[in-house]
Design a protein around this ligand. Structure first.
Ligand code: GDP
Ligand code: GDP
Length: 432
């Protein structure tokens, strides 16, 4: 078992390293041409021994790095069971962080993004920004104060144990995400307590993946749940934050995400953030307005309010529920099936191209640096989500407004009402 720490200088790698393994630094790798040598040490966590390598300034600056060093770094990263990518919460994201991130993308699955210096106020307000680095597992810590380290190491070790086992399961993968206390567990319980056939009870045995199988209208569904069933144990830096980390995991594992909001509190900024995580990953979504019993709004008003606050999820059906009274549960499941059907829709190339032609004739792409942006050809590459590849002379010349317009129109013409469409722009050269 080998942990590798990477990150630009001064983010707190050595502090974290020492925090985790104590001061028993044993081996120093001599790497010519780097600002600091890699340090390796041996540690133990809950009875399991591991090696830990601090890469020092190894990965920080592309321009210094010779081919030889690059190779050694690659090897180190490849061999790692887990990579701790340390960033400085106080400083926020820097361009050096971004280049490290790029280097780590191929190893994304085993990267744990460690946001250090959480003992400072500014780090706490910067925290969410770090999700934009593109890693799923994000851990706020204070290496100096020894906080957040337990959660980090527990997850690292359970990840290493789990990553070897893959459990392929057939069915529509559904998850419930949202802030704490919005009613996720109550909804899951409401679903399971009705007369539904539960094919198997909690099947996932690992700490972080609980899966429940049941059938609805002849379809197999899998509740992928990381937040709804178990309560997070004591966490150092706010339950709110951890619910986001878990949500991301649940979102990535699902086909359809039920984004739960609490109507007694309204749709908050945090809800919008979670919603945008769903949107950015092109997942199917049902927006669940729970605790409808606690508002004075009429159904139409509540729906309009939710739509307005989560306007960017315009493809997601809205369902109002009272989880504690099991109201709205059937509609929720029906909506999830509806979304899934669209999420899996597949269209012929000729049909796609006709739709594309219609859209262009309504509104052609705006020109780019004075040049005409042309569209040559389109086809659907995959489903889940429906992914349309479009060849154009200037992929970089597409304005985001126009792209959004185009996606919306495609959904309309392809009759994909309830699922996002992923539009991939490619330049003509790639066609050959
Ligand atoms: P490295 O270059 O990445 O190994 O960073 P160091 O471990 O040498 O730490 C860089 C600086 O950040 C030092 O001044 C540390 O005292 C400080 N530092 C490290 N961890 C923390 C932390 O959790 N909170 C705060 N406030 N400062 C920290
Ligand atoms: P979770 O943290 O998102 O899983 O939320 P819970 O399911 O634990 O619910 C939090 C609290 O809200 C509990 O006290 C529930 O009884 C309550 N609750 C959940 N759904 C509803 C609802 O629809 N109406 C009302 N009035 N209370 C609800």
């Amino acid at each position: 078992m080998k942990l590798v720490i990477v990150g630009r200088p001064n983010v707190g790698k050595s502090t974290l390293f020492n925090r985790i393994v104590g001061k028993r630094i044993s081996i120093v790798h001599n790497m010519p041409g780097v600002t600091r040598d890699a340090v390796e040490s041996v540690g133990e966590w809950r009875g399991r021994k591991f090696k830990m390598v601090d890469t020092g300034g190894l990965v920080e600056s592309e321009e210094y790095i010779t081919k030889e060093i690059k190779k050694r770094v690659q090897k180190l990263l490849e061999e790692a069971d887990a990579i701790l990518f340390v960033v400085d919460g106080k400083e926020g994201i820097t361009s050096a962080d971004q280049s490290v991130a790029k280097l780590l993308y191929p190893y994304k699955e085993k990267v744990f993004l460690v946001v250090n210096k959480m003992d400072t106020k500014v780090a706490q307000s910067n925290l969410y920004d770090f999700f934009t680095l593109g890693f799923e597992k994000v851990y706020p810590v204070s290496a100096q104060h020894g906080k957040g380290i337990v959660e980090l190491l527990d997850d690292v070790f359970s990840h290493v144990a789990e990553s070897k086992e893959v459990i392929p399961q057939e069915g529509i993968r559904l998850s419930f995400v949202g802030r704490p206390n919005v009613g996720k567990s109550s909804l899951v319980n409401a679903i399971l307590r009705s007369d539904r056939v539960i094919v198997s009870p909690i099947a996932g045995t690992t700490r972080d993946a609980v899966e429940i199988f049941f059938e609805y209208e002849g379809e197999s569904l899998i509740l992928v749940d990381t937040a709804g069933i178990r309560r997070p144990s004591k966490v150092e830096y706010g339950i709110e934050f951890f619910s986001v980390g878990r949500s991301i995991k649940a979102i990535e594992m699902s086909d359809v995400v039920c984004l739960v909001v609490d109507l007694s509190e309204g749709v908050t900024h945090q809800d919008q953030k979670i919603g945008s995580l769903v949107e950015r990953r092109y997942k199917g979504c049902v927006i669940v307005g729970n605790k409808f019993d606690l508002t004075n709004l009429k159904e139409k008003e509540a729906e309009a309010y939710i739509r307005q606050r989560l306007y960017f999820l315009d493809y997601a059906p809205v369902v109002l529920t009272v989880a504690t009274e099991r109201k709205g549960i059937e509609r929720l499941l029906e909506s999830a099936l509806l979304v899934y059907r669209d999420y899996c829709k597949q269209h012929k190339t000729s049909f796609i191209n006709r739709a594309v032609e219609k859209i262009i004739s309504e509104k052609a792409p705006p020109s780019y640096q004075g040049k005409e942006v042309k569209i040559y050809y389109a086809y659907q590459e995959t489903t889940k989500p429906p992914t349309v590849v479009l060849y154009t002379n200037y992929p970089e010349g597409w304005k985001s407004n126009y792209k959004r317009f185009f996606e919306r129109k495609l959904r309309e013409y392809l009759d994909i009402k309830y699922s996002p469409i992923k539009l991939v722009l490619r330049s003509r050269e790639e066609e050959r």
